[in-house]
Design a protein around this ligand. Structure first.
Ligand code: NAP
Length: 321
């Protein structure tokens, strides 16, 4: 693994330069504030009519229209939803300075060719491995979040140095910048989102809850067992790893996990995971994401409504009363 830390990163590529952050959401907010606190001149580019401008100005950052922000900057970071990037890139491309650097925090738009950047641009990836809220709180605490970096287009010959300096300015050089590629970051991230942490884990929690409730256990107890203990597991794995977590729990829990875990997550699940990875790699998922945006997010809207109505959600609300 090629990992680089602050002492080996040269901040010079960003000194005296202006960075335009396009979008002020989860990542845009955190990256703008971290850059600003690192002494970088930041302007936040927002779409016409955005109601976010007042919030940005209230924290002392400059705002501008998309075109003006891009035209004023040597480095432009696209931090808007991935599926909207192609349309926004079309709007900003005429305003990008010759030889500017264009950065992403996800590999998708470049890897699946939603965007074909102008040939004079440097194109780099700086992908923090966690949400913007944590990127910001770690930075404020004097710590940092590990990020992956990559270069897709090196017009100036300085794209690598720019990517590393950017990663340092958002605090990731404190925790380590890991060399990757747009393809690797994108495939691993999309796979995990569907097949592991954000897709499969919640489904396992819901299935476990439903199984206990169907068998006559009260919803509140089923919730505390099947959902409520997840934070304990995550904390133990973060602190000690999977092996250390198993050693930290009771013999009863450890033997239960040893017998039960592989019964539930067996070969059929691994086969399903490989199939899901194939749909990531062949671009089917990226096309579905693009179609979802084009049609006004019908699947996401319906799924959000359905999730609010689940029995597991009712149990959570009752416990919070
Ligand atoms: N979320 C994460 O935890 C995370 C982690 C690592 C990497 N990433 C990557 O970081 C990037 C940004 O993700 P995010 O979750 O931070 O995005 P996000 O929170 O959904 O972005 C919201 C921002 O994008 C703007 N925006 C939305 N649609 C737009 C459009 N059509 N034109 C112009 N601006 C638009 C919004 O404008 P308004 O303010 O006007 O509403 C808002 O400022 C993505 O590439 C994502 O994959 C995200």
């Amino acid at each position: 693994m090629d990992r680089i830390f602050d002492p080996d990163i040269d901040p010079a590529p960003l000194i005296g330069k202006r960075v335009a952050i396009i979008g002020y959401g989860n990542q845009g907010r955190a990256q703008s504030l971290n850059l600003h606190d690192s002494g970088i001149d930041v302007v936040v580019g927002l779409r016409d009519g955005s109601t976010t401008a007042a919030e940005v100005q209230a924290v002392g950052l400059a705002t501008a229209s998309l075109g003006d922000a891009v035209a004023s900057a040597e480095l432009v970071m696209l931090l808007i939803p991935d599926e909207t990037m192609a349309g926004v890139y079309g709007q900003i491309e005429p305003h990008l300075r010759p030889g500017a650097a264009l950065g992403f925090s996800h590999g998708l738009a470049i890897h699946f060719k939603f965007i074909k950047p102008r040939s004079d641009l440097d194109v780099f990836l700086l992908a923090p491995k966690g949400p913007g809220t944590a990127l910001r709180s770690l930075y404020v605490a004097g710590d940092g979040m590990t990020s992956l970096w990559a270069v897709a287009q090196d017009s100036s010959g300085n794209a690598r140095a720019t990517a590393l300096a950017y990663g340092q300015a958002i605090g990731s050089g404190r925790a380590g910048l890991i060399a990757s590629s747009f393809a690797e970051e994108c495939e691993a991230d999309l796979f995990n989102e569907g097949a592991v942490v954000w897709g499969a884990v919640p489904e396992v929690l819901i299935a476990g809850f439903d199984t206990l409730v169907e068998a006559g256990i009260s919803p509140e107890v089923a919730y505390m067992e099947c959902v409520g203990e997840l934070k304990l597991l995550a904390g133990l794995i973060e602190a000690r790893g999977i092996a250390g977590m198993r050693e930290a729990i009771s013999n009863t829990a450890e033997l239960g996990a040893l017998i039960g875990g592989p019964q539930v997550i067996g070969d059929d699940v691994r086969t399903a995971m490989r199939a899901l990875l194939a749909t990531v790699r062949d671009g089917s998922f990226a096309r579905a994401l693009s179609d979802e945006e084009a049609s006004g997010y019908p699947l996401l809207r319906a799924a959000r409504r359905k999730a609010r109505g689940l029995a597991v959600e009712a149990a959570r609300l009752k416990l919070e009363d």
